[in-house]
Ligand binder design. Sequence first.
Ligand SMILES: Cc1ncc(COP(=O)(O)O)c(C=O)c1O
Length: 483
Amino acid sequence: MSESAVTWIKLDRSAGDLEGQISRAIRERILEGRLPPGQRLPSTRALATALSVARSTAVQAYDHLRDEGFLDTTPGAPTRVALIRPGPFPSGPAPVALLAPPPFITQPTGLFRPGVPDLSSFPVAIWARCLGARARGLRIHDLGYTEPAGLAELRHAIIDHVSVSRGVVAQADQVLVLPSTAIAIEFLSRLMAPADRPLTAWVENPGYRVAWSLFRAVGAEVVPVPVDADGIDVARAQGPAPDLIYVSPSHQYPSGATMSLPRRLAVLDAARQTGALVLEDDYDSEFLYDDRPLACLQGIDRNERVAYLGTFSKVLAPGLRVAYAIIPRWLIGRAIAALQDTAGLVPVHVQAALADFIREGHLRAHIRRMRPLYAARMAATADAMEAICGTELIVGQRAVGLQLAVWFRDASVDDVAIVRELAERRISGRALSALYLTHPRPGLLLGISTATQADAASLARLILQLLYEQRATAANRPSENRH
Ligand SMILES: Cc1ncc(COP(=O)(O)O)c(C=O)c1O
């Protein structure tokens, strides 16, 4: 690519975020195959001169694309397009034997509860001001049956937010405002259910049990697909072709893995080949501690196969009950028709207040304020687990989100019993073995949102103690199995 060739990067200076515009243009070009693997890119200095931007802007754009896996940059060597290839996609159905999922333990609210943000940091005064202003100033037309897909102001505010923060490429008419991700999953699975046979849903194993239950509630066959440190591996899927593929690429639930770029492309390729809709659950991607977020699947999809699911449950508070689905254009008509009967599911003043909250910059400010706090709490929890229980536990990825997975090295540990013991002390970890459809591995899922260093160290010591007690009890058991 010569310098003059970068004329295809068209910058809109009035729109701001020049770095984002440059990285999007290059990413687009790579995904279209017009910048092949190995292709040399101009130096950051040459790119900056050609586009009349600061050198640092060009450097940041390249760094961002490198972090996403699109570029190879080695100091002293030219920057090149990385070799990225989706993995092979299996053809033909193969039967799978599913184990019955173990019973799920309902947790009391307590310390280390996964999935709940630090509610004491919720910006109560600002939220109350937004809500009060909108409750007092409701316009007459807002008081009737509102738009079934949600208030236009909120849908625009959501698009503005996720297009900048997550690289979503969509317009406001693709947004459905719904009370929760769970309702979005249920709604979209009903919408995608074939008339003449049960729906097939590919899900991550381990994964989000709530999604499995919702799929089963519409009669779906749920097919577990293995997850490793790079996220879901669709090349290893065994089962009928999917109608839905449920994934959590930014922060895999519960393992914490961030899906690598080749795996992202493999998921999109599987969806393109089978006509499946990918449900991309981006539930706590706002809290990324190490780096810039990877662009979401929705933003790199070229075949309209992704529904992006976002929620305010983690970034603000689950009690608000506001989430959203950003759906492909071809699904809008069916979705609106199906929502017509419910005439909107989130109260209008809450939607209007949230639109103001986002547009006035309070959401961005809240994320900026919480990110370093959560980063410190994640580090405190992971460090304590490693330092105190490292010989017994493998600590999962700690780069994103509000929860940390830890696995017991000893596969015979009864994690459900340990969780029960923890619950008696008002500690609300979750047993990882209960989050597998097949091949369960024992471990704990720990919420980090309110963890202090002292809490984390006490928890780590308690886990060790419970583990030793469990071993001692097993060793002292009558010897009927030991002949
Ligand atoms: C994987 C995953 N997705 C989404 C959510 C958010 O769900 P909702 O919007 O239904 O509160 C959670 C909450 O725990 C979750 O764990």
